[in-house]
Design a protein around this ligand. Structure first.
Ligand code: SAH
Length: 369
């Protein structure tokens, strides 16, 4: 296939962006070069943000050739950008094998008057598709295709910054995919995003969101040095309700999940967040709200209530505003911090997976005879 953006036969296929400091130092050493060369290359990649090895001016021509033989820099090509400059923008990227992923850039002011700062959040994808089949989510509709590499994850951030001319200061792994099912690449990407030799985003400004893979939550608590945040997509406060919406609950039920959350809490200072989409008639009863409040209190979690965003092809809808407010009050009555979110970006299909699905349908349809 010679389609645009699709990998050509014999083309180098490793992006240097995913190597990290150690990987680059090893490579440099194996190629008979001094260690400081790794530092120079990292600077070209993450400070000066070059996209061609020939722009690495203080690297010898011979070494640039060696680098070109082994690596490419940019693993993504921008296909489409939706949304206005000052609002939520959604980026659709094509990977080198032709697959599509998306990132959403969300700007919001925070803080009190006079001390306003902009939170510039990038929601990144960690996989192409998703295997977890959550019933409300568009990402799983077409099933799971593959894990993203660490380079493909980090490159989403670099690309958005390059395209928008703005800085991302907050990263959430809430795009397509289950980050904890792509553990090795996720950890490598977090390290590169967090490191002073990499992108340099503080750990507290990086949030991993999971559907609740209990063993990997514990592993993350043990492994990760950065003070990252953890968000749990809960969406049901009893096993009966949660299993109906999230099949992963049959594997790791709430007892199992909460055991892992306690484990996290014992090792981590950062607060947990529970995400809870409100879906009419599914999980929006006040009994669920009270139970959710109790559960949040038991692990000191913040609760983020999110009115369901309609997904084409799925039957659910969001509850009335009165019901949303009543649910919020019932959660808060357990003395936990809770917010009710007005989804930014719902208007541009920013809920997970939607843009990609539409495009893939168009592309598939165009290919049909
Ligand atoms: N697999 C990870 C990361 C995906 S992000 C996880 O499950 O956490 C999942 C989050 O996307 C959900 O918790 C919810 O906050 C949001 N989301 C997905 N589909 C949605 C929809 N239809 N409406 C509103 N929010 C949605």
């Amino acid at each position: 296939m010679s389609e645009c953006g699709t990998e050509k036969k014999g083309e180098v296929s490793v992006s240097i962006l995913g190597l990290g400091k150690q990987g680059l130092e090893d490579w440099v050493e194996q190629h008979g070069q001094k260690p400081y060369r790794a530092k120079q290359i990292l600077e070209w990649l993450f400070v000066k943000r070059v996209e061609n090895f020939d722009d690495m001016l203080n690297v010898s021509v011979a070494m640039r050739e060696q680098l070109k033989q082994a690596f490419h820099i940019n693993p993504l090509e921008t296909v489409e950008v939706n949304g206005a400059k000052d609002a939520t923008r959604k980026f659709l990227f094509r990977l080198r094998d032709g697959r599509l992923v998306e990132s959403v850039f969300i700007k919001a002011s925070q803080g009190s008057q006079g001390e306003q700062s902009q939170r510039q959040t990038l929601c990144v994808s960690s996989q192409v598709g998703c295997a977890y089949d959550c019933k409300f989510c568009a990402s799983g509709l077409a099933g799971f295709t593959r894990n993203l590499t660490a380079a493909e994850i980090v490159a989403q951030l670099l690309k958005v910054e390059a395209e928008s001319g703005e800085k991302v200061n907050n990263v959430v792994f809430m795009g397509m995919g289950e980050p904890l099912a792509n553990y090795a690449n996720l950890s490598a990407a977090i390290k590169i995003m967090n490191a002073h030799w990499g992108v340099g985003i503080g750990g507290r400004s990086i949030t991993v969101s999971t559907s609740g893979l209990a063993p990997q939550i514990k592993k993350l608590a043990d492994d990760t040095e950065a003070q990252i945040r953890l968000a749990i997509s809960l969406h049901g406060a009893s096993d009966g309700v949660r299993s109906q919406i999230m099949p992963v609950n049959d594997k790791y039920n709430l007892d199992c999940l909460f055991e892992a959350l306690h484990y996290w809490r014992e090792r981590r200072k950062q607060r947990l967040t529970f995400e809870y989409i409100l879906i009419e008639g599914m999980n929006d009863s006040l009994d669920q709200a009270r139970l959710l409040g109790k559960r949040a209190k038991s692990v000191g979690a913040l609760v983020n209530l999110i009115p369901y965003n309609t997904v084409e092809g799925l039957p659910w809808k969001r509850p009335s505003e009165e019901q949303q407010e009543a649910f919020l009050r019932a959660v808060k009555s357990a003395e936990v911090a809770a917010t009710l979110r007005r989804e930014k970006g719902g208007d541009i299909n920013a809920a997970c997976g939607q843009l990609r699905l539409r495009r893939e349908e168009e592309i598939t349809a165009a290919r049909l005879p």
